[in-house]
Design a protein around this ligand. Structure first.
Ligand SMILES: [Zn+2]
Ligand SMILES: [Zn+2]
Length: 151
């Protein structure tokens, strides 16, 4: 969903991504996804974006492969800054929740913003339980459920 920045005023406007066609292929979700953004103009070259992402991601345990749901309720603020394609590309990002979002061109692609939030929400490590015993490397038994059959 593209928002033409010049159409925004200082009065806050609410946008919602209507479908989930934007959802990144790197992530799996269960159920629907709600992605909303409140946008307003700050000055001639910057805008404020307050976004919210609600979704339940479906991950799988790194040890046993069992599905692990991860509810995400992510609220974030971006300062949207208009830049040129060759300069200003190195906008400082010091806090991922109040980061600058550089836009080249006249429109802000909200799908791109929310795709990045989903990817940021993906944890590096996923365990179904702290003490998950995983699968036996020899027989493939799920050691949480059954004993090893190797002998
Ligand atoms: Zn597990
Ligand atoms: Zn085994």
């Amino acid at each position: 969903m593209k928002v033409v920045l010049a159409s925004l005023t200082r009065r806050e406007k609410l946008f919602a991504l209507a479908d989930d066609g934007w959802f990144p292929s790197e992530a799996v979700k269960t159920g629907g996804v709600a992605a909303t953004a409140r946008l307003r103009r700050l000055d001639t070259t910057s805008w404020s974006l307050a976004g919210r992402l609600c979704v339940t991601l479906s991950l799988s345990c790194d040890r046993c492969g069992r599905a692990v749901p991860l509810p995400v309720d992510d609220e974030f603020v971006h300062q949207v800054v208009a830049g040129t394609s060759d300069g200003e590309a190195d906008a400082e990002v010091d806090d991922e929740n109040a980061a600058q979002w550089l836009v080249t061109g006249s429109a802000l692609d909200l799908a791109e913003v929310f795709r990045e939030r989903v990817l940021l929400a993906l944890p590096e490590k996923v365990l179904c339980a702290e003490d998950c015993r995983g699968l036996c490397a020899g027989c493939g038994a799920d050691l949480n459920q059954e004993p090893c059959r190797c002998q």
